[in-house]
Write a protein that binds this ligand. Structure first.
Ligand SMILES: *[C@@H]1O[C@H](CO)[C@@H](O)[C@H](O)[C@H]1NC(C)=O
Length: 340
């Protein structure tokens, strides 16, 4: 009913303020340029074994020593996995009252929003309710875990009232509800198109517009202290990997899942007349894998000299195939750039 919608709107408005604050903080040189190909943020209550996990992961796979990332966060290491350099970042302060306007917490949240993957570290011996608390905390800062942006078209106008189009049946929203949500934001004229069965919260996310969508893995630590029967139950938690940080159990599974969730694409370069360099791929995010993206990752001037590229691999029909800068590459393609 309407009261709950109003309630939700207020809750989100409060959060919007917090997120706006993050943006300002970011402008003050806090958002250090990413090194490596991806950044993973670790979140967890104190004493769940987060630092043991970080140091053991980094200890095993790291090629770069620990360094101070900012005055607030430490990068325990940059690990190299399948040729990609992956930054591991401790995110302290998210749980310990970050939302209460403490600048430390807010700044950490700003960094959290730049992560390509979030690992929520939980102690299997503690109540599973801790998972919900952390999720709520991240949600409150506009971070959406394991979800996609809602499929909603939204365009403010000067007149004409609220024009709602739904391309499929809606279980929660009707014109009246949409109108009352938008009225909370003083929006009285807009085209709204609902392209899937969405919720009031989804609509609010689109209206406020500053959400980030980040994949998340739940790392359930200390499995050395539970029975096999309990382990079977834990395995049913979606997006989870049970581990023992202390004994380094199941790190292979964890890294494989991290790799899956990061969705990175490896491109091997082949200098003319030589074999491809399989040892150090150019690593791209799956959403940006055109030949132009590849060139930009190597050097921003390369695209100016670009004539065409020869590509071998699953993105092409013939090996090699001559392609232009708009061609989309796929994982483990081999490329040779031909300059003007
Ligand atoms: C209502 O919205 C739809 C979809 O955006 C648009 O095509 C249509 O022209 C709008 N109708 C009016 C009366 O504004």
């Amino acid at each position: 009913g309407e009261p709950s919608v109003r309630h939700r709107c207020r809750r989100h408005r409060h959060h919007e303020h917090d997120v706006g604050q993050d943006r300002r903080d970011r402008g003050q040189g806090f958002d250090v340029a990413k090194t490596g190909d991806a950044r993973i943020g670790f979140v967890g209550f104190p004493s769940v074994g987060k630092s043991t996990l970080l140091s053991n992961l980094a200890g095993v796979y790291s090629e770069v020593a620990a360094y101070e990332f900012t005055t607030l966060t430490t990068v325990p290491g940059v690990i190299r996995y399948k040729g990609a350099k992956i930054q591991l970042l401790d995110l302290p302060g998210i749980i310990e009252g970050a939302k209460d306007g403490k600048s430390r917490g807010r700044q950490v949240i700003a960094v959290a929003r730049t992560c390509n993957l979030i690992l929520i570290v939980l102690d299997v011996l503690k109540p599973l309710g801790h998972k919900k608390i952390i999720e709520n905390e991240l949600e409150g800062f506009g971070i959406r875990l394991n979800s996609k942006p809602p499929n909603i078209g939204f365009k403010k106008k000067d007149k004409g009232g609220i024009n709602l189009t739904a391309t499929c049946p809606q279980s929660e929203l009707d014109t009246e509800t949409v109108r009352s949500i938008l009225a909370e934001y003083k929006i009285h004229n807009a085209d709204v198109t609902l392209r899937s069965d969405v919720t009031a919260d989804d609509l609010i996310d689109v209206v406020e517009g500053n959400r980030v969508y980040i994949p998340c893995i739940y790392v359930l630590n200390k499995i050395d202290q539970i029975s096999l029967e309990e382990l079977d139950i834990i395995y049913k938690v979606p997006h989870c990997v049970p581990i023992s940080a202390h004994h380094r159990w199941n790190f292979d599974d964890l890294l494989e899942k991290i790799w899956d969730y990061l969705k990175l694409v490896r491109i091997y370069t082949k200098p003319k007349g030589q074999l491809p360099d399989y040892s150090s791929p150019v690593v791209l995010p799956y959403s940006r894998t055109t030949v132009e993206d590849f060139c930009m990752k190597i050097h921003k001037n390369l695209i100016k000299e670009f004539k065409y590229a020869l590509v071998w691999g699953s993105s092409v029909k013939h090996n090699p195939q001559k392609v232009g800068k708009d061609h989309t590459l796929e994982d483990e393609d081999v490329i040779q750039i031909v300059k003007k």
